[in-house]
Design a protein around this ligand. Sequence first.
Ligand code: CP
Ligand code: NVA
Length: 328
Amino acid sequence: MNLKGRNFLKLLDFTPEEILYLVDLAADLKDKKKKGILTTDMHQGKNVALIFEKTSTRTRCSFEVAAHDLGIGTTYLDPSGSQIGKKESIADTARVLGSMYEGIEYRGYGQEIVEELAQYAGVPVWNGLTNEFHPTQMLADVLTIREKLGRIQGVKLTYMGDARYNMGNSLMVVCAKLGMHFTACTTAKYFPEEGLAGECRKIAEETGGSITFTEDVAAGTKDADVIYTDVWVSMGEPEEVWAERIKDLSPYQVNRQVMENAGKDAIFMHCLPAFHDLKTKIGREMSQRFGISEMEVTDEVFESPASVVFEEAENRMHTIKAVMAATL
Ligand code: CP
Ligand code: NVA
C-alpha cells in the first residue's frame, strides 16, 4: 500500500483497504510507542504546519506529539495568529506554506476550504475537522472499536444527537466503507443530508453495511454494539441555537436506559469534549439557563466501565501519526 503524497480530506476519497491499512499502521505505531521503540528516523528533518481556525485539545496535541515522534518539526498557527482568510486567500496561503513545509493540517469551517488548500499546496493536506467531516477522528474510532470488540465488519453503531454535522456524517461514511451498520437515532431534522446518505447507502450495499435513520430511541439503540454521541452545539455555531438543541435533542441523551437497551457488551464512545457534568463554563451556563446538569450523556454513563472515551482520545495520536507517516 502506497499513500505517499496523498491528501487526507475525507474518508469518501479512500478505499476500505486504504482505511484499514492506516488503522493497522496506527496499531503498529502504538505498539512501538508502548515498547519504547523510537520512530524518529521515519521522517526526520521534515516540517509540517498546523492551522487551527477553531480551538482544539486532542487534535492539536496529537499532531504535535505524533510529529515529534516521527522526527518532524511543527509550526502551530492559532485561530488569530495568521493572515489566513483575513488578509490572504486560501490559495495564496497554500502556496506559501507548501513551499516551506512537507505537509499541512487544517482545522476550520467549510470542507471547500480544506479542499482548496489541498488543490494549491502541492504537499499533503490533512483535515483536522471541518463543519462537514472529521476523518482523523474516524481512524481513532475504528482502532478503538477493533481493540474493544475484536471486529469491525458487522458492528452496529448508533449515533444519537446532531447527526447532520461533522461527526454524524463521518461516522455514516466510515460505517458504510467498512461494512458496519450505522443508525442515526435522533429527531428527523438532525438526520444526515439525503445526498450524502444516498452515497453511503450505495457504498454499504457493496460492503455489507447499512444506513438507518430513526426517531425511535428503543428501536434505534436496541442491541447496538456502540452508542456514540457528540456535543449538541458544535464549534462555530451561533449561541442562539442552544435553546432549540436542548429541547430537540434531550430525548436522545445517552443515559442508563439507552445503555441497558443496547447490546450486553456495548461500549460508549464520544469524540470529546463532552458536557456530562457542571465542571465546564458552558456546562454551568446551560445549567443556569435551562436547569439541566448534563447534556448529551449522563455523568453515570460517561464514567461507567462501558465508556471508552479516554482510550479513544489516546488513539487520536496513534492514528494521526499513521496518517502523517503514510502520506509524507
Ligand atoms: N475530538 C476532537 O477533535 O477534540 P479536539 O476538539 O480537542 O481536537
Ligand atoms: N461536532 C463537534 C466535534 C468536536 C470534536 C464540533 O464540531 O465542535
